[in-house]
Design a protein around this ligand. Structure first.
Ligand code: SF4
Length: 353
């Protein structure tokens, strides 16, 4: 196959995606990265959107093999933030000029429909921020209630588009269910995010190509692609971490295929590679998701160990990100960073402030 021709095509076939993911020559990989950066510039501009994450609970009813929050990890000390702590942290995030709040937790059903709706509504009363929920698979009625309360977006990663691998990693869950949830969230008017992990046990390059194609089929607003990092006290604790170069190639190919989609440079990538955040922003990413979970909770949200910036305080974190982003000629956005696929009118119609 001819690399130049493939990089200049509008649509890529599965075979061409597999070819790009399999590139090994450094100059060819650099050509892929350069093209992805151009496509990012064309569809997203030079602004980088910050999304402030609050990890509101590390309880989880699921047992995903790769995750340190899994229910059967009895070595983890568990916490659940109070509504007041969450609302106050959200206000603090917006004081730093960050206009998206991500409320993230394991699948914790003690955080019930009404409690989450109250938190969403309260944050909306006190701030102009967009709210992303990342609370796992929940009830369809819950999604509807939270949308009416003011939630804007829902992040639910599919992790792998291979149904057999999905069932191997998540014993109680099915890939088809996850896809149904994402489609229903879209129908409700959420801006939806999903994505996958690179380097999970038994995964092949073909599987990663299918991950990218699933992101396209779902018509995502955000696609989060990060490396697998083994976590202690999980069945995959002795497995190898995902490869940084393959993660970067996947992000770059995703940018070529998905075009006007938000793609974050993930914390997992920055954890495996000191320069990971900048490298990610240079191969197609346009979003960074700093963690604003207050101490002592932050250390206990151990999906994987030794997370980047674990001990940063919010003020340092914002300043450090600004220096990093400006060092590559980009700037932090002052907007909410809504979907690149929706008109301002469509976004306003779904806002219930
Ligand atoms: S990945 Fe999510 S659902 Fe699975 S164990 Fe971790 S927190 Fe729970």
């Amino acid at each position: 196959m001819n690399l130049e021709q493939i990089l200049n095509k509008e649509e890529l076939t599965r075979e061409e995606i597999i070819f790009l993911l399999g590139l090994t020559a450094r100059d060819e990989i650099e050509s892929l990265f350069k093209k992805a950066d151009e496509v990012r510039q064309q569809y997203c501009g030079d602004e980088v959107h910050l999304r402030g994450i609050i990890e509101i609970s590390n309880y989880c009813d699921q047992n995903c093999f790769y995750c340190g929050l899994r229910e059967e990890n009895f070595n983890l000390s568990r916490y659940r933030m109070t509504p007041e702590e969450i609302i106050e942290t959200a206000r603090l995030i917006t004081n730093f000029g960050i206009n998206t709040i991500v409320l993230q937790s394991g699948e914790d059903h003690i955080l019930d429909t009404d409690l989450i709706a109250y938190i969403i509504y309260s944050i909306k009363q006190k701030t102009d921020a967009a709210i992303t929920l990342s609370l796992g698979e929940r009830g369809f009625d819950e999604y509807r209630t939270w949308k009416i309360a003011g939630a804007d977006r829902y992040l639910l990663k599919h992790e792998t588009a291979n149904p057999k691998l999905y069932s191997a990693y998540h014993l109680k869950q099915k890939l088809s269910d996850r896809i149904s949830h994402l489609k229903f969230l879209k129908i409700l008017g959420y801006q939806i995010g999903s994505g996958n992990m690179i380097g999970l046990p038994m995964q092949t390059i073909d599987d990663i190509a299918d991950d990218i194609l699933l992101c396209k089929e779902l018509d995502l607003d955000m696609a989060a692609i990060g490396p697998f990092i083994p976590s202690p006290h999980t069945p995959y604790r002795l497995k190898k971490p995902g490869d940084v170069d393959l993660t970067l190639k996947t992000m770059a190919v995703a940018r070529l295929v998905l075009k006007n989609v938000h793609i974050p440079a993930t914390t997992a990538l920055a954890t495996l590679d000191e320069e990971g955040r900048i490298k990610g922003l240079n191969v197609g990413a346009n979003v960074v998701m700093p963690d604003f979970t207050p101490t002592p909770y932050r250390e206990q949200y151990q999906i994987y160990p030794d997370r980047k910036c674990m001990n940063d305080n919010p003020l340092n974190c914002r300043a450090c990100l600004q220096i990093q982003i400006e060092s590559i000629g980009r700037r932090i956005s002052s907007t909410r960073g809504d979907s690149l696929k929706l008109s301002p009118q469509q976004i306003t119609n779904w806002s219930f402030k």
